[in-house]
Each structure stands twice: as structure tokens, then as C-alpha cells.
Write a protein that binds this ligand. Structure first.
Ligand SMILES: NC(=O)c1ccc[n+]([C@@H]2O[C@H](COP(=O)([O-])OP(=O)(O)OC[C@H]3O[C@@H](n4cnc5c(N)ncnc54)[C@H](OP(=O)(O)O)[C@@H]3O)[C@@H](O)[C@H]2O)c1
Length: 222
């Protein structure tokens, strides 16, 4: 039977590329994001292997309803907490506290909520949680509040990997440097491509059961 992965932030960039890679390797995918039109277009491309769930990753109910509905169709083997956003105005003194709140709600609370919604299902299958960290969550970048949300993601992923190991589950943080996605206003074709990050996710979730891939750190060569 095909395995199933739930993906947040599946409407574009890394999440959409991971959905394509997973379907190409025989997985079923549950696609979650706010842009229902984009999810529908991707699902049309992917065919019967894809189900769509429009929702906001900063809302626990949206995630729980989506994950439960996907699980009813045959269980969940993996979840990818990937939805995230940056800031239009960086810095503690110059930045906008309302924008910080929205970012923390997705980048921090959204990861916790995805884990909360998925873990009861993953536990049944000795499943896998993957989270999108960042190079910005591994080193200090002057004044970066976005980077600090990714430090949270890295810390949480390591702690969760220890917890999930107690029942045979696995947790991986995938940490890319700059990726050419809609995250940036201008194209970055010389940087990593979303497919490169998708390949890292697939490596982690396809690894033999004895292998806990804890972190994959990818940097562009240029
Ligand atoms: N691009 C980079 O250089 C880079 C590097 C390291 C890490 N990352 C991380 O990679 C992840 C994916 O980003 P990306 O580069 O693929 O950018 P992207 O193309 O802008 O994708 C972001 C995704 O997150 C979703 N999203 C944002 N807020 C959401 C919310 N409140 N609820 C549900 N979904 C939400 C978006 O969908 P909707 O707008 O449709 O909801 C979209 O699918 C993020 O966590 C980002 O921090 C990116």
C-alpha cells in the first residue's frame, strides 16, 4: 500500500516540489496551505495521489481537521511542517511587532501545531516528522528575528527526535541556505532549487528504519 505524507506550505516552493517528488516515488500526499486555487492546480497535476486541505498553519483546528481527514483515508506515515514566512522589514527597532507575531504564529506555532495534529497518527505507524529549518537557524545573522524562529525549529526538531525515538518514530530538520522560491521577490536561479530540498526530504523519509537522519544542511555552491 502507498505511504502517505501530509505537507504544509504545499502551494508553492519547497512544499510543492516535495509533493511532486513524493508522488513520483509512489507516495500519496495531503497538500495543506491557504491558497486553495494553487493546491487545486497542483492536485490536478498529481492526480489521484493528492488530496487538498485549504487552511492556515497558524490555526490548530485547521491542521487537526486536515490531518484527521487525511488519516481517515488510510493513515499517515510522514508529515512535513514546512509552511513559513519571512519579514518585509527586518530588525528589532525598525521592524513591525504585528508582523513578528504573524511570523511566529506560522514559523513557531505552526510547527508545534503540525506536530500536535500529526503525532497521534504517526505513532501508530512509527512515522516520520520533517521540519523545514534553515541555514539561518544554524548561525547568528545580525539582528535576524526570522533566523531566531528557525533556531527554535532546530532546537525543537532535535528534542522531538529524542522523544519520537522512544516509540520508533523519526524526526528530521532540513536546513537549506537560499532557495529560489517565492520567498524572495526576485528570482535566484543560481541558488538552490526547491527540487534540491525536496530530494533531501525524500532521502530522510526513505532511509532504512535503522537510520535516523537528524539534520540535512544544504548550501548553494554559488
Ligand atoms: N527560500 C529560502 O531561501 C528558504 C531557505 C531556508 C528555509 N526556507 C523555509 O522554507 C519553507 C518554505 O518556503 P519556500 O521557500 O518554499 O517559500 P514559498 O514558496 O513562499 O512557500 C511558502 C509556503 O508556506 C505557505 N504558508 C505561509 N503562511 C502560511 C500559513 N499561515 N498557513 C499555511 N501555509 C502558509 C505558503 O502557502 P499559502 O500562502 O498558500 O498559505 C506557501 O505554500 C519556509 O518555512 C521557509 O522559511 C526557505
Amino acid at each position: 500500500m502507498a505511504r502517505t505524507i501530509f505537507i504544509t506550505g504545499a502551494s508553492s516552493g519547497i512544499g510543492a516540489a516535495t509533493a511532486r517528488a513524493a508522488v513520483a516515488q509512489g507516495w500519496h500526499v495531503g497538500l495543506f496551505a491557504r491558497s486553495e486555487d494553487k493546491l487545486r492546480a497542483l492536485a490536478d497535476e498529481l492526480g489521484d495521489a493528492a488530496s487538498i486541505f485549504a487552511g492556515d498553519a497558524s490555526r490548530l483546528d485547521d491542521l487537526t481537521n486536515a490531518v484527521d481527514a487525511l488519516a481517515e483515508r488510510g493513515g499517515i506515515d510522514a508529515a512535513f511542517a514546512n509552511a513559513g514566512k519571512g519579514l518585509s522589514k527586518p530588525g528589532t527597532e525598525a521592524g513591525d511587532p504585528d508582523e513578528w507575531r504573524q511570523m511566529v504564529d506560522v514559523n513557531v506555532m505552526g510547527v508545534l501545531y503540525t506536530a500536535r495534529a500529526a503525532l497521534p497518527h504517526l505513532r501508530r505507524r512509527k512515522g516520520h516528522l520533517v521540519v523545514t529549518g534553515s541555514a539561518a537557524g544554524r548561525r547568528h545573522i545580525s539582528g535576524s528575528i526570522y533566523g531566531a524562529t528557525k533556531w527554535f525549529v532546530h532546537g525543537y526538531a532535535g528534542n522531538l527526535a529524542e522523544e519520537m525515538r522512544e516509540w520508533g518514530g523519526r524526526c528530521t530538520v532540513v536546513a537549506p541556505g537560499m532557495v529560489d522560491t517565492a520567498f524572495f521577490d526576485t528570482p535566484k536561479p543560481e541558488k538552490l532549487h526547491p527540487e534540491d530540498v525536496a530530494a533531501a526530504v525524500m532521502h530522510a523519509i526513505e532511509a532504512p528504519e535503522r537510520v535516523g537522519v537528524r539534520e540535512i544542511f544544504l548550501m548553494p555552491q554559488n
